[in-house]
Structure formats: C-alpha cells, structure tokens
Ligand binder design. Structure first.
Ligand code: GDP
Ligand code: MG
Length: 288
C-alpha cells in the first residue's frame, strides 16, 4: 500500500470542514451540523483505506475560536516533524466572502506558513505571500464547499469575483476542489481530490515535505545501496523542485512583462490626441 496520506481541514466555523471529512471518508465519522458556534471542539483524526490508500482526515474546530489557532498550529507542527505526508485543505464555503471568512483564511495560512509573522502583521490577506512558505504553496489546496449553492454560476467566476479568493487560490498554485457535501455518495468529487493530490506528489517528487535526508552508518553492502538509492531519490526531488520554481519564475516574469507592455501602450494612447491616435504608426516614420 502507498504511503499514508493525511488531510488536515482548516477554516472557519460552518465552512463545512467536518462535512467534507465525512465526504472524503464516505461515511459520517465527524459531527457536522449548522450552529452559531463550533460544533467541533476537539482536533480529531479518522482513518480509512480508500482506493488502496491509507487516508487519514484531521478535523479541526473553527480556526477563529479563541485559543484554537495556536493549538492547531502546534498540532500540525508535531505532525510534520513526524514525517507524515500531510496535505492542508483550506475549506471555504461558496458564499459572500465576509471579513470573518477572510480572517479565518488568514489564520489558516498562519498555521500552514513556515515564516514567523505576527498576528497583527497579517490581519489582511495582503500579507499572505510573506508568510506563505514553500511548504504551504506545495502541499495545500483550497476546498470549496456548498457546490449545490452555485446556482448555475461557474466556480471560476466565483473565484474571479473576489480578489482575496483568487489570490488565495493562486497561492495554492491554482489547486482547488469543490464539494457538495449533501451528495456524499458522489465519489467522483473525492476521486477528483485524490487525482489532484497525485499531481501534487508527482510535481513535488512524492516526498513528505519534512523528509530530511538521514544518513545511517552503513553496516553492510545493502545499507550502502539503500543510502545510495535514498540519495538519488533526494537529488531527483530537489532537481524537480528547482525546475518547478524556474518554470514558475518564468511564468511570473512573462506576466509582469506583458502587464508592463500593456500598461505602457495604454499610457501612450491616453496622451495621444484623438487625431494622433488615428494616424498609423508608419506615418510617424514617414515624417522622420
Ligand atoms: N448545502 C450544503 N450544506 C453543507 C455543505 N457542507 C456543509 N454543509 C452544512 O453546513 C453546516 C456546517 O457544516 P460543518 O461541517 O459542521 O462545518 P464546520 O464547522 O466547518 O465543521 C452543516 O449544517 C452542514 O450540513 C454543502 O456542501 N452543501
Ligand atoms: Mg466541524
């Protein structure tokens, strides 16, 4: 069986974390109901074998519940230290994106992020890139819930309609999934989530993020070869990471150049008189 995979659900109270945990595992294992305060009051883990994979889901209380952000962060850090392959799902209800939702997403990013930024510093999502560390950008995904409330709108439109949500999605390398938790029996939504996880693992070398190269003194020939294989795998993973960041850098630079070019064309147009703007670019060469 493949390596165990652990999903950690993070987000605001009522976002649909527990319901999504139940959808992933295909049965009601977490308590989920409508309430003003968090129904989930403890961090809890449930596991199951799904499609030949050992899957664990960690459900958390609403991240804005007093004291919970720090508890969840400590829990996640301990989990990462144990070399568990973890994937963070930032759960967002398809709804009006309120300030509270924004703060909950920001808090989730503080939990995932590996840079120390004070809470005061990152009350707004503008600060997210600063704290969104390499781990977070590789092993996190946005999970939208309440797909049944899309009312014919496309999810892409919903994402684009809010700059914070679209920023959030792009920080997760445009990885997102959507669940209708009222249709738990629709396993296609879970298959689609697992497919995206496979993509992440392929891109990031299928390694646990906290995977550190550990060298044991080799006692025999087998030990030597095992270490050699481990070293080669580690090198391949690092090369893939490097290539991925070069591609990402190239993509970002192209976008910046495009934007700058478009902006300068726009500026030139706006300072030209309407008469001038009708003159073809070649005519100015003719004058010269
Ligand atoms: N219609 C609909 N309701 C949902 C969906 N996901 C969750 N809910 C409901 O939203 C409420 C809060 O869900 P819950 O999982 O307890 O949220 P949590 O606080 O984030 O764990 C419950 O009444 C769920 O039945 C969904 O996809 N569609
Ligand atoms: Mg819950």
């Amino acid at each position: 069986m493949d390596q165990k995979l652990t999903f950690i659900l993070l987000g605001h109270t009522g976002a649909g974390k527990s319901a999504s945990g139940n959808t992933i595992l295909g049965e009601v294992l977490f308590e989920s109901r409508r309430a003003f305060k968090s129904v989930t009051t403890q961090i809890s883990e449930k596991s199951k074998v799904l499609y030949g994979k050992q899957i664990s889901v960690i459900d958390t209380p609403g991240i804005l519940c007093p004291g919970f952000e720090d508890k969840i962060k400590t829990y996640c850090q301990a989990l990462l230290q144990s070399s568990t392959l973890c994937l963070f799902l930032v759960v967002i209800k398809i709804d009006r994106f309120t300030d509270e939702q924004k703060n909950a997403v920001t808090a989730a990013m503080r939990v995932i992020g590996d840079q120390e930024v004070s809470k005061a510093d990152c009350l707004m999502l503008e600060y997210l890139p600063k704290m969104f560390g390499s781990y977070a950008s590789k092993y996190s995904m946005v999970l939208f819930t309440h797909a049944d409330q899309l009312n014919g709108q496309s999810l892409e439109d919903v994402i684009q309609s809010n700059e914070h949500v679209s920023k959030m999605v792009s920080m997760c390398a445009n990885r997102y999934c959507v669940f209708d938790n009222k249709k738990r029996s629709n396993r296609l939504q879970v298959r689609s989530l697992l497919d995206k996880v496979d993509q992440i693992l392929r891109t990031n070398g299928g390694h646990c993020p906290s995977d550190k190269l550990k060298f044991e003194p080799f006692k025999n020939k087998d030990g030597f070869f095992q270490t050699l294989v481990q070293l080669i795998k580690w090198l391949i993973m690092k090369i893939k990471e490097l290539l991925a960041s070069v591609v990402e850098y190239g993509f970002q630079s192209t976008r910046v150049i495009q934007h700058t070019a478009l902006a300068s064309i726009g500026m030139r147009r706006s300072i030209q008189s309407p008469l001038q703007s009708r003159v073809s670019p070649c005519s100015s060469l003719n004058v010269l």
